[in-house]
Design a protein around this ligand. Structure first.
Ligand code: FRU
Length: 493
């Protein structure tokens, strides 16, 4: 892989034509997907500003145009009528002010009248390359016109390090007040936390309200990226990405997205945990998950995440692009956990139902590059190999061990291995056994929903041309569909 100089990483995009060749090369890749949101060129990471507004879903992603590395970031805008089909709208926020000169970093959106208000971190650096984070505001009108506010809403708080970012805008009806949550790191001991700002007006008068108290989590990772507090089914959920934390069973990976269920008091700014920290996704590649900001149904949330991780590399880096988003998921509370299920409308992606008679007999069968599989499982061991070779070997192994009541996803047998040090197998216990699996495959990703959301394993995979079969052993009933295209590789800037 090429070594990127600072100049190359922070080179502003002046003329979209400069990206044309890169886009053409990118769209020829065998690993481009057909129903996930993916970067038009270069690297994408966090989903930002996910919201329903003006009869459409709006979503933005962190975008670095020039290649598969992190550098000068933009907000790229995509829209959808149904959360199934997506359209590229183009760049929405560019790093063109002093206060965001080294990147328009992650944030969120709030709709008001004919506009979407976008709250983001201006990642500014001075001539000595010292970082100064600002919380900034832009307005995107329905006619497509974007206006940045001349000054940031506020700058860095002196008691915290340069890591203060990812504003999440929230309205609290009980307090009749707006809040901005920021991920931060304390100067005194370099531990992670959430900062709370409050105002009764979206545009002005923001004041520091205090640091969020989370008893028992005073020293838990060293920066909490992308925090949010949401309510589902009457319970409060604190979702965040504590950096540089080791979690048993997750290799040497130090990037995890997880949540705590508890009670939030906006009066005392205390989140009282009622559960431990749970990872959101048991797979390999999922981070910076974002809730849609204004879902009306209080029993559920809608969530989408970056199908990738910081400090990691992927085989498409060699092709100069990287990253995609997960499918949007419906979130509910079940007991002391959050469960994620594919949105019901994703069934509209189903195209042709495939004949699975041979698969039922345990024979090796062709695996389409984008498809959905649904399994109803009776008690007993289940062994499924996806992306197997024609001799039935290798591939991605999904196995349920009845005696141990455990499901394991193992990608160490794929030809193209990557991020091996983060661990190549992930296991989750299923005390009530395995009853149901829904699996979505899209050229270079696999999303496995276990027992209607008891566990989700989201992972990138990069099968070679000869890793194109599957085989199943176990007492299961399978249905399988090819899936329609729902995203287009259009070069809209
Ligand atoms: C998380 C993150 C955010 C930041 C953004 C920059 O992946 O590091 O904290 O705002 O990415 O692209």
């Amino acid at each position: 892989m090429k070594n990127w100089t600072r100049e190359e990483r922070y080179r502003p995009l002046k003329d979209p034509q400069e990206l044309w060749t890169l886009h053409q090369e990118t769209s020829r890749s065998n690993y481009r997907q057909t129903y996930h949101v993916q970067s038009i060129t270069g690297l994408m990471n966090d989903p930002n500003g996910f919201v329903w507004h003006n009869n459409q879903w709006h979503l933005f992603y962190q975008w670095f145009p020039w290649g598969a590395v992190h550098g000068l970031k933009y907000w790229y805008h995509v829209v959808s009528d149904d959360l199934v089909t997506w359209k590229n709208l183009g760049v929405c926020l560019m790093p063109d002010r002093e206060y965001d000169n080294k990147g328009v970093y992650s944030g969120s959106a709030m709709p008001i009248g004919d506009s979407l208000y976008l709250y983001y971190t201006g990642n500014s650096r001075d001539e000595n390359w010292v970082r100064h984070p600002y919380t900034c505001l832009a307005r995107l009108r329905d006619d497509g016109w974007t206006e940045k506010y001349p000054l940031p809403l506020f700058g860095a708080h002196p008691d915290y390090t340069e890591h203060q970012r990812d504003p999440k805008i929230l309205y609290n009806p009980e307090q009749n007040a707006y809040y901005i949550l920021l991920g931060a790191q304390r100067k005194k001991n370099l531990t992670g936390c959430v900062l709370v700002y409050k105002s009764d007006d979206l545009l002005h008068g923001w004041n520091f309200a205090g640091e969020l108290k989370v008893p028992g989590f005073e020293s838990f990772g060293d920066m909490w990226e992308c925090p949010t507090i949401e309510k589902i089914g009457g319970k409060d959920i604190l979702l965040f990405c504590p950096q540089h934390l080791r979690i048993a069973g997750r290799g040497s990976s130090t990037n995890h997205n997880g949540y705590i269920i508890g009670d939030m008091s906006w009066d005392t700014l205390t989140f009282t945990p009622k559960t431990q920290f749970h990872v959101l996704d048991f797979g390999f590649d999922s981070y910076a998950a974002a809730f849609a900001n204004n879902v009306q149904d209080e029993s559920k949330g809608i969530l989408i995440a970056w199908m990738g991780l910081p400090d990691s590399s992927y085989p498409t880096d060699e092709e100069n692009w990287s990253g995609c988003l997960t499918l949007p998921r419906e979130l509910r509370i079940r007991g002391r956990r959050l469960v994620q299920q594919p949105l019901p409308q994703l069934k509209e992606l189903r195209d042709q139902e495939l004949d699975v008679t041979k698969a039922d007999r345990g024979e090796l069968c062709p695996l389409p590059q984008s498809c959905e599989m649904e399994f109803y499982c009776r008690p007993g061991d289940v062994d499924l190999i996806l992306f197997a070779k024609e001799n039935g070997e290798d591939g991605l192994k999904i196995s349920f061990n009845q005696a141990k009541c455990q499901i394991t996803v193992d990608r160490s047998h794929m030809d193209r291995r990557f991020n091996e040090d983060q661990g190549e197998a992930r296991t989750r216990s299923l005390p009530n056994g395995l009853t149901h699996l829904r699996i979505f495959i899209d050229h270079s990703s696999v999303e496995i929903f276990v027992n209607d959301g008891d566990a989700v394993f989201t992972s990138r995979v990069f099968p070679d041309e000869n890793e194109n079969s599957f085989q199943i052993h176990g007492d299961v009933f399978l249905r399988m569909w090819t899936l329609k295209r729902a995203t287009k590789d259009t070069m809209t800037i």
